[in-house]
Design a protein around this ligand. Sequence first.
Ligand SMILES: NC(=O)c1ccc[n+]([C@@H]2O[C@H](COP(=O)([O-])OP(=O)(O)OC[C@H]3O[C@@H](n4cnc5c(N)ncnc54)[C@H](O)[C@@H]3O)[C@@H](O)[C@H]2O)c1
Length: 365
Amino acid sequence: MDTLNVGIIGTGNIAPAYIRGCAPFDVINVTACADILEDRAQAFAAEHGLAAYNVDDLLARDDIDIVVNLTLPATHAKVSLQIIEAGKHAYSEKPLAVTRADGEAIIKAAKAAGVRIGCAPDTFLGGGGQTARKAIDDGLIGAPVAATAAWLTHGHESWHPNAGFYYLEGGGPMLDMGPYYVTALINLMGPVARVSGAARMTFPERIATAEAIKGQRLPVEVNTHVAGTLEFESGAIATTIMSFDVWGNNLPMIEIHGSEGSLSVPDPNRFDGEVSVVKGGTNEWVDIPLTHSTNIGRGAGVADMAYAIQSGRPHRASGDLAFHALDVMLALEESSEQGRHIEIGSTLEQPLAAPAGLPDGELDM
Ligand SMILES: NC(=O)c1ccc[n+]([C@@H]2O[C@H](COP(=O)([O-])OP(=O)(O)OC[C@H]3O[C@@H](n4cnc5c(N)ncnc54)[C@H](O)[C@@H]3O)[C@@H](O)[C@H]2O)c1
């Protein structure tokens, strides 16, 4: 197994998590970074022992195999296309793009160039997500009938030093947090056939309370509360709410209800968490021992793609999976605007389940 060199474009808030998350995997080595703010890239490089370049110079280097795109949602498509044009494998933060046309262009360009396109979230590769997947695949709750997926908060302006982008095109709770929930549901239950949604924008501006931007008025141009129904190709029906408009809630993050029982799935924005089941007729939640490592972080999807590049198998946090999730998320808001169900044009095979019991820092080739 060769080690593939990784460069990062976009050294902002989430970039340190990738340095930590990539480190345990011998199959990848983060060596370089770039940012449109060159001082920021240089400071990040100095802190993490990397080489800093401008974006063009990083993309021109022969000694970088995979480039991770950690720029903002509205820029993901442009930067991923630049990476692919440079002949490198691309791995993007979520969402893959903010329009279907851009998402399709990325997937087409990667196929034409013979490179891989991967995309966050990769949290479903964690112990929580994979244990839940195995429980369903093993028939623990019978055939999935229904699911609930809910993420409700009052937005990110209380903590994020650059929170404005969450309220502009490409932001909003559905494109921001929806990828975790919709991807987790697809991993557990397969592709979605059609959706219906209802969405609203509640506050025309937000006042930041995060220290770095305290008092700034952030204009809102996206829906900040999206509710909807997802009908899966299998026939199962999920109900979802993604909201930046809610001060407090006690809803479970994800539950899957099957013909023989119900499964409680942990936070899909994390790699760990508890999985529990209630079997029909027992009325008692019982924890299931985790079958997969929780000792992984953001970057696991990059490592999985690096193994897959070498063995030829499909990678799990794939562009196709991210495109299907994007297709579903956009359709939920379109359904609200148009007042009708929306059929989902894309489909895919469920991502490969990860083998149980691998040691920390190892994925299957
Ligand atoms: N912050 C989090 O907790 C978090 C968690 C998970 C995922 N994400 C996702 O990660 C991505 C980045 O979020 P963030 O919080 O790090 O944002 P951020 O604003 O802190 O960082 C983004 C960085 O990208 C750089 N950039 C923007 N356009 C560029 C371009 N064209 N070329 C090169 N560099 C460019 C910016 O200068 C900035 O340094 C987003 O898609 C976000 O949804 C963030």
